[in-house]
Each structure stands twice: as structure tokens, then as C-alpha cells.
Design a binder for this molecule. Structure first.
Ligand SMILES: *[C@@H]1O[C@H](CO)[C@@H](O)[C@H](O)[C@H]1NC(C)=O
Ligand SMILES: *[C@@H]1O[C@H](CO)[C@@H](O)[C@H](O)[C@H]1NC(C)=O
Ligand SMILES: *[C@@H]1O[C@H](CO)[C@@H](O)[C@H](O)[C@H]1NC(C)=O
Ligand SMILES: *[C@@H]1O[C@H](CO)[C@@H](O)[C@H](O)[C@H]1NC(C)=O
Ligand SMILES: *[C@@H]1O[C@H](CO)[C@@H](O)[C@H](O)[C@H]1NC(C)=O
Ligand SMILES: *[C@@H]1O[C@H](CO)[C@@H](O)[C@H](O)[C@H]1NC(C)=O
Ligand SMILES: *[C@@H]1O[C@H](CO)[C@@H](O)[C@H](O)[C@H]1NC(C)=O
Length: 491
């Protein structure tokens, strides 16, 4: 007990940046796949075999932080940092970082431990935060589940640390927690994370990792494949915010994890947003229902991760190339309750679908800051940031649909006079529509000037606070008090 007290008081002195859940609420996260973001040599032409290491590094990332910060992001989530399986297999290589072999060494493909420290320092110097991806569920081994040589792992170097081999049946929770991910080409030896001795090893490790690299937040891979208690123990040991990957479309299933972890990726809304906006016949009604379902089921939707793309799911542009639909889906995602997370390449309208094609090297875009969605995302981060500054209650305000029809959903988030009114639609680039937004729905006052911050067009409500809205070319609108916008530089 005494030792524990000593350890935590020294942790308070040294961990200056670690960010609490409430600190994370205000952030906006850019997801980097380290191997695919930027190379140390800065090449924009280097080829990339998507199944293998392509040369992205922490130094390359440091050199391109302007690209991320100028889009308005305040935090960067990077791939797992530990030493991985070094082999080229029929399942590809470990470029993604999810196949650990030695958790006390860094993945030298991404750089040295000193480089990782430099990345953390470079972010903090900008007032930005570092989120690191971590895997507690498994290690990675090139070979079949029945022929693993456990002695190569550090520290879990004996068969007794692992569950007996079996491949997961994803319809069976016990199987998810005790059987193995992967296959017989690359098997992922499944740790007995429900054992307190293993939890203790992970606890000590994560305290050290957070302290050694001054990490501010954690993304926990394969959270639904470990015991819930182990997640709570792990986040608690880290003393920082952790957000778990629970890859499931069911609100009850996903929200249950928020009783153990501060944050969970909002997969149910990901499915609802994608299906609402990926086609002109997508269901706006299901989206509206989904929002209310999450609010009534999860402990705190404002701590969920709100995303549209990641390295495991088909990119939005693989479902439709329509730029207006992409703008709506992204605007909806980023202004929803929770912490917005944008995956590298989303801003360049990349269109990879299955793994690994959605893990394209970002450098092939030339880091184009004039790309349509780059500018769109920058605008959305800016208005969210302003709304947070202007309204103390913005982040904890639960957004709700104030008006819907077959193609349009109007969302309100924020208190009177500083509310953000998002007008989203799935008409598509060749579609248009109009409706009257009642003042009683928007909360806008009579004869109030409001600005659509995306187009920088201004409007004045009528003597009842109503506003006739015309949607052209299917683009979304984000309405905000013109008076509150003054001096912000946004329009
Ligand atoms: C991976 O293995 C190859 C030889 O098989 C070696 O040349 C290379 O240095 C190793 N890479 C790392 C990061 O250990
Ligand atoms: C679920 O998986 C566990 C572990 O593999 C197994 O023992 C159990 O029989 C399975 N249950 C069902 C209903 O299949
Ligand atoms: C943290 O740094 C210490 C001192 O260099 C080292 O012994 C330890 O293994 C490191 N832990 C991790 C998880 O990187
Ligand atoms: C949207 O969300 C609702 C409520 O959570 C759910 O029942 C429905 O299946 C979802 N729809 C789609 C298309 O994912
Ligand atoms: C509004 O939409 C209707 C059809 O739904 C159309 O007839 C009308 O011209 C539109 N009005 C404006 C001002 O665009
Ligand atoms: C917000 O404005 C509406 C009218 O637009 C009013 O009914 C409501 O009471 C106001 N709420 C607060 C908290 O001031
Ligand atoms: C709204 O904008 C108009 C034109 O810019 C201006 O004349 C008017 O005073 C503004 N109204 C309010 C209530 O600020």
C-alpha cells in the first residue's frame, strides 16, 4: 500500500500531460496509421505494397504535424508502438502494429524510443495530445495456433499465460473472450487477461508506457475480446482516458462497455450515419432513432468516439463517390455528441474498401491542403471549437433532431444563442430541397442573423424566428448566430 502511494504521487509529478476523460471531451482526434502517414525522407512518391511495411515513421509524422493541426485537430491517435512479429506472411506483415512480440521494446520500423519521445514532445509543444493504440488481448505469431513457440514473447513467454487454442465464434461472448483472433497463418495467442496476475503485468506496463512517452490517452484494440473487468483495471492503472474498440452495431452491447471504460467507439452510430448518407435513399428515420437509442442506452454519449472511417471498415467514398454525401456524413459525424475522430485519408476522399486497401499511404495525396474535404473538415473543427468556447455547456449538451423528413435531418446542439444547427441531407450532389425551419425547433430568435458557416452565407429569421431553407447541390449547412461568429475569423 505504501509503495503504491509513493508510486502514484511521483506519477502526479511526472505525468504532466495525461488528459482526463473530461479533458478529452473537448478534443478532436486525427487517426494516423503510422506506417502509412509519412516517411522520414518526406517522399510523396514512394510506392507502397499495402500488405507490407511502407516506411512511415514517427519522424515523418513529426514533420507533417502542420498538416494535421491546420485541419483543426488537437490530438493524434497513432498505431501500436511496441515491437511486432517480423515476418512476411500470407496474411501480410505487421505494419499495422497489432501483432506484438515484445511489449518492452518499440517497433523500430517506426523509429527509436527517442523518436517516440520526440513525437510526444512535438505534439505537446503545439498544445496537442497523443493517443496511443494498445492491445491487451493477444500477441502475434507467424504460424498455426497449435504450434506456437511461446518462449519468443516478452514477457508472456509460457503457454500458461494463454487460453487453449480455438478460433473465435463471434456469436458467442465466451468464445470471443477465450478463443483466438487471427487464423492459422498468423495466430494471435490469446492472453488470460481475466487473471489478476496478467492484469498486474499490464497495469505496471501501461503506467510505464504512459510515463516513458508522456501519453495522454489510449485506444484499446479488441476490447470486446477481453473481460470487461480487465478493461476497467487497465484504464484505472493508466490514469488517463481510454476508448475501447467494440466492433458491434448493437447499442445495448456497445454501451455496456461504458460501465468499465470511459469511452467506446460509437459503432452503432457509425452504421446509422453510413447507411443514412451513403445513398439518396438511406434512412434518415433510422438515423434519428439511432441517436435517441444511444442517448438512452449509453452512460455518457459525450465520451464516445464519433467516427465515419477507420482502418478496419470500408471508406465512405468506397460506398459512393458523391462529394455532397461525403460532406454531409462528415459534418454529421464531427458535430455529433462525442469526440470526433477522422481517419487519415478521409480528408482526401480516399476510397479503399476491404483490408488492406483502406490503409492507403497518405503521402500519395501530396498532403494536399486545398482538397475539398480537407477544407471542409477544417471548417467543422473551427465551428466546434468556437461553440465550445462560447458555450460552457456545449460539450455536455446532448444533440437531438429538431426536424426530419425523408431526406433531411436538422440537429441542434448547444444552449440558446450559441446553438449549432446542423442541416444535413442525403439528396446528393444533383439534388435540392427546401423547408421552413421553425424558430420553435431551432431556438432562433425573431429577426436574428444567422450564418451558414460552411458557405459563409447569412440569413435573417422572420418575426417568429422561422427561416426558409433552400438546399442546393445537396450540401449540408451549419447555422450559427452571426453575432457570436464575429471576430472568430471563421467567415
Ligand atoms: C526483420 O528481419 C529481417 C531478416 O529476416 C532483418 O533484416 C530486419 O532487420 C528485421 N527487422 C527488424 C525491425 O527487426
Ligand atoms: C461458447 O464458447 C465457449 C468457449 O469456446 C464454449 O465452451 C461454449 O460451448 C460455447 N457456447 C455455445 C452456446 O456455443
Ligand atoms: C520505461 O522506461 C524504463 C526505463 O528506461 C524501462 O525500464 C521500461 O522497460 C520502460 N517501459 C516501457 C513499457 O516502455
Ligand atoms: C440504426 O439504429 C437503430 C437504432 O439503434 C437500429 O435499430 C438500426 O438497425 C440502425 N440502422 C442501420 C441501417 O444500421
Ligand atoms: C421548394 O420545393 C418545391 C418542390 O418540393 C418546389 O416546387 C419549389 O420551387 C421549391 N422552392 C424553392 C424556393 O426552391
Ligand atoms: C431557449 O429559447 C426558447 C425559445 O426560443 C425558450 O422557450 C427557452 O425557455 C429557452 N431556454 C433557456 C434555457 O433559456
Ligand atoms: C442583421 O444584419 C443586418 C444586415 O447586415 C443588419 O442591418 C441588422 O442590424 C442585423 N440584425 C441584428 C439583430 O443584428
Amino acid at each position: 500500500m505504501f509503495l503504491r502511494t509513493l508510486l502514484s504521487s511521483s506519477a502526479i509529478l511526472t505525468v504532466v500531460h495525461g488528459l482526463s476523460p473530461s479533458g478529452w471531451r473537448a478534443q478532436s482526434i486525427y487517426q494516423v496509421m503510422t506506417d502509412r502517414f509519412a516517411r522520414t525522407d518526406g517522399s510523396t512518391t514512394a510506392s507502397c505494397d499495402l500488405g507490407d511495411y511502407c516506411g512511415g515513421t514517427w519522424q515523418g509524422l513529426i514533420s507533417h504535424l502542420d498538416y494535421i493541426q491546420n485541419m483543426g485537430f488537437t490530438a493524434v491517435w497513432i498505431s501500436p508502438v511496441v515491437e511486432n512479429l517480423n515476418a512476411s506472411t500470407a496474411d501480410g506483415s505487421s505494419y499495422h502494429g497489432y501483432w506484438a512480440q515484445n511489449i518492452y521494446a518499440v517497433n523500430t520500423n517506426f523509429g527509436s524510443a527517442a523518436d517516440l519521445v520526440s513525437l510526444s514532445e512535438a505534439l505537446h509543444k503545439r498544445g496537442m495530445y497523443l493517443m496511443v493504440d494498445v492491445v491487451t488481448n493477444h500477441m502475434g505469431y507467424a504460424g498455426c495456433g497449435d504450434c506456437v513457440d511461446y518462449s519468443i514473447f516478452n514477457p508472456f513467454d509460457k503457454e500458461s499465460y494463454y487460453h487453449p487454442f480455438c478460433l473465435i465464434d463471434y456469436n458467442n461472448q465466451t468464445s470471443m473472450e477465450t478463443c483466438w483472433e487471427g487464423d492459422n497463418t498468423v495466430s494471435l495467442p490469446d492472453l488470460r487477461v481475466e487473471d489478476t496476475s496478467i492484469q498486474d503485468t499490464w497495469a505496471t506496463w501501461i503506467e510505464q508506457l504512459v510515463s516513458n512517452y508522456t501519453i495522454d490517452g489510449l485506444r484499446i484494440d479488441s476490447a470486446a475480446e477481453v473481460s470487461k473487468d480487465s478493461l476497467a483495471a487497465f484504464e484505472s492503472a493508466s490514469e488517463i482516458y481510454a476508448i475501447g474498440e467494440v466492433f458491434n452495431n448493437n447499442a445495448d452491447y456497445v454501451c455496456a462497455y461504458q460501465d468499465y471504460l470511459s469511452g467506446v467507439m460509437n459503432y452503432p452510430m457509425y452504421y446509422n450515419i453510413t447507411s443514412a448518407f451513403a445513398s439518396t435513399s438511406g434512412s434518415i428515420a433510422a438515423l434519428a432513432t439511432g441517436i435517441e437509442t444511444m442517448k438512452s442506452t449509453c452512460k455518457d454519449v459525450t465520451l464516445l468516439g464519433s467516427f465515419l472511417e477507420n482502418h478496419d471498415n470500408p471508406r465512405f467514398a468506397s460506398l459512393t463517390s458523391d462529394m455532397a454525401l461525403a460532406k454531409n456524413a462528415i459534418a454529421f459525424q464531427m458535430l455529433a455528441d462525442g469526440i470526433p475522430i477522422v481517419y487519415q485519408g478521409q480528408e482526401q476522399h480516399f476510397d479503399g474498401s476491404s483490408t488492406p486497401t483502406q490503409r492507403e499511404q497518405l503521402w500519395k495525396s501530396g498532403y494536399d491542403t486545398s482538397a475539398v474535404l480537407y477544407k471542409h473538415i477544417a471548417k467543422l473543427n473551427a465551428i466546434r471549437h468556437l461553440a465550445v468556447q462560447r458555450d460552457d455547456g456545449y460539450l455536455s449538451y446532448n444533440a437531438y433532431p429538431v426536424w426530419t423528413d425523408d431526406n433531411i435531418i436538422v440537429m441542434r446542439k448547444g444552449n440558446n444563442d450559441t446553438q449549432v444547427i446542423g442541416v444535413f441531407n442525403n439528396f446528393g450532389a444533383s439534388g435540392s430541397g427546401n423547408f421552413t425551419l421553425l424558430g420553435t425547433s431551432s431556438g432562433f430568435d425573431a429577426e436574428m442573423n444567422v450564418t451558414d458557416v460552411l458557405a459563409c452565407d447569412s440569413f435573417t429569421t422572420d418575426d417568429k424566428g422561422d427561416l426558409d431553407i433552400e438546399i442546393e447541390g445537396g450540401v449540408p449547412m451549419v447555422l450559427y448566430s452571426s453575432k457570436q461568429l464575429e471576430g472568430s475569423g471563421i467567415c
